[in-house]
Design a protein around this ligand. Structure first.
Ligand SMILES: *[C@@H]1O[C@H](CO)[C@@H](O)[C@H](O)[C@H]1NC(C)=O
Ligand SMILES: *[C@@H]1O[C@H](CO)[C@@H](O)[C@H](O)[C@H]1NC(C)=O
Ligand SMILES: *[C@@H]1O[C@H](CO)[C@@H](O)[C@H](O)[C@H]1NC(C)=O
Ligand SMILES: *[C@@H]1O[C@H](CO)[C@@H](O)[C@H](O)[C@H]1NC(C)=O
Ligand SMILES: *[C@@H]1O[C@H](CO)[C@@H](O)[C@H](O)[C@H]1NC(C)=O
Ligand SMILES: *[C@@H]1O[C@H](CO)[C@@H](O)[C@H](O)[C@H]1NC(C)=O
Ligand SMILES: *[C@@H]1O[C@H](CO)[C@@H](O)[C@H](O)[C@H]1NC(C)=O
Length: 428
């Protein structure tokens, strides 16, 4: 029907363009109600994203309000509204009541989902709008920039470019609301698992880390987390997701729960094949997978070789506590260190040792001063310079045993481990 309008003259081209624009809605006003289904959707103005109902499992009649990439024939959901309360029929109604946007099961009150507004006392007309970056926002029409609610503030399992992630203090439980990622329970069920992940500041150290549950996964080195491709920028206390510099295509970062823990996966949109292609996954990393169940022991770190098999290694200056170093067993010092003395083994591209209470931080020290600060202490076992939340280099000193380390092929950070002396204590 549309095609004949689009040929021949410029006039017709314009007409066609306007027709195209008006044929799909991207905005819902407060007096309207919108019937949503799989074919009645909101489409962002540039035709990039679509919001409507989808069914994650063909054999089960459960429908969810979600956002997907418009070109994606599979409608891979990037955000889900009613994660725990699916609609039982393939049609629902989006409608404002009292300045709150609700999703109803057609004529069936109560609502299966509603927005939590952060602004109060709204008088003028409310608007819900889907943008070309995939953000679905609710705002007061007299204040186009002040969003009262936005889907980017409550991501489900996926981060999209331009999404801003507030980095909150790990030890500060008051610092709510938090943006956390909860993976789907299964490929056919978007209800959230207990396993969650977020980007947080370790208040004791001022450094930024990815946490999964209560466990620190990777630290920010100023450019990336671990060996994850550099998809974030640090901007005024927020981590902002961006499209990879090496790629012109659109990307997304999604978490998935497996038996042992959580996987981060980076996908890029392939416009020829019209599908999401995985470009990086932490699940392809055998050190990560093995470490979820059983990390290497103390003073030992994991590395993987060309055949992608992983192995624990004692740090130079340490030897296996048992005769042979087997997986997850500890390493011990060849020679004890003395107060004020010792040298340092430099380990490159490392995942820094975990565990909280052993570390102190001072942001005023350079590498040489950081080394001195470690040598002065009797119990300091390692130091590193790490980029902190303000983008400054911060000196960390570890006190006590070093655990949960590994090396990467790319990324990671330099770690300097204290030993008595480098010449004397090599056990080969
Ligand atoms: C939209 O979908 C409904 C049910 O899924 C169907 O009955 C209706 O014919 C569809 N409308 C169009 C225009 O495709
Ligand atoms: C809207 O607010 C009024 C008055 O506060 C309340 O009685 C009514 O239940 C609210 N409606 C909905 C749908 O929440
Ligand atoms: C909305 O607010 C309530 C109460 O503060 C909270 O329990 C709920 O999780 C919030 N829902 C969303 C989608 O943020
Ligand atoms: C869909 O549901 C059926 C029945 O519960 C299940 O066997 C199947 O694995 C599910 N498919 C997906 C993709 O989750
Ligand atoms: C890779 O690691 C595995 C397991 O640790 C080991 O058996 C194998 O010999 C290693 N391969 C090479 C080429 O080093
Ligand atoms: C150093 O470690 C020893 C034994 O582990 C402990 O007794 C001592 O209190 C520690 N000193 C400091 C300054 O932490
Ligand atoms: C990781 O450590 C192992 C053992 O020391 C080493 O053989 C390997 O080259 C290191 N990998 C990288 C990428 O530096």
């Amino acid at each position: 029907m549309r095609a004949p309008l689009c040929v021949t003259s410029v006039f017709f081209f314009l007409f066609c363009f306007l027709y195209e624009l008006s044929s799909s809605k991207s905005v819902l006003y407060s007096r309207e109600s919108l019937t949503v289904s799989s074919n009645q959707t909101l489409v962002s103005p540039g035709n990039v994203f679509e919001l409507g109902l989808f069914k994650p499992n063909e054999s089960i009649s459960r429908w969810y309000l979600g956002i997907w990439y418009k070109e994606d024939p599979k409608r891979t959901s990037l955000w889900v509204a009613n994660r725990v309360k699916p609609l039982t029929k393939p049609v629902g109604t989006l409608k404002f009541f009292n300045n709150t946007l609700f999703l109803f099961e057609q004529d069936n009150i109560p609502a299966v989902w509603k927005t939590n507004l952060t602004g109060g006392g709204v008088r003028s007309r409310m608007v819900a709008e889907l943008f070309d970056n995939g953000n679905f926002v609710v705002k007061d029409s007299s204040d186009p920039e002040g969003y009262l609610w936005q889907s980017f503030d409550s991501p489900t399992d996926t981060l999209l470019p331009e999404m801003k992630f507030k980095i909150f203090d790990f030890f500060d439980s008051e610092d709510d609301p938090r943006q956390t990622l909860h993976s789907w329970s299964s490929p056919g069920d978007p209800s959230p698992t207990d396993m969650y992940s977020s980007f947080q500041i370790r208040k004791d150290l001022n450094i930024i880390a990815i946490f999964v549950g209560g466990n620190q996964m990777d630290t920010w080195n100023g450019y990336q987390f671990g060996d994850m491709p550099p998809v974030f920028e640090l901007k005024e206390g927020w981590l902002v997701m961006k499209t990879l510099e090496s790629s012109s295509s659109y990307s997304r970062l999604t978490i998935r729960t497996i038996r042992q823990g959580v996987l981060y996966e980076l996908y890029s949109w392939n416009s020829e094949a019209k599908e999401w292609k995985m470009s990086w996954s932490i699940g392809e990393d055998s050190c990560y997978l093995k470490g979820l169940e059983k990390p290497c022991g103390s003073y030992s770190y994991c590395s993987k070789n060309d055949t992608s098999q992983q192995q624990c290694h004692c740090i130079r200056g340490f030897y296996p506590k048992l005769e042979r170093l087997t997986w997850s067993h500890d390493c011990v010092r060849s020679t004890a260190i003395h107060c004020g003395g010792g040298e340092f083994v430099k380990l490159a591209k490392m995942k820094l040792p975990g565990t909280a209470p052993m570390v102190t931080s001072d942001s005023r020290l350079n590498l040489e001063k950081c080394k001195e600060s470690c040598l002065v202490g009797c119990n300091c076992t390692a130091y590193a310079l790490v980029e902190n939340r303000k983008g400054e280099r911060s000196c960390l000193n570890w006190k006590g045993e070093l655990h949960d380390m590994r090396n990467y092929t790319t990324g990671g950070q330099d770690l300097y481990v204290r030993v008595a002396g480098l010449a004397a204590n090599d056990h080969g």
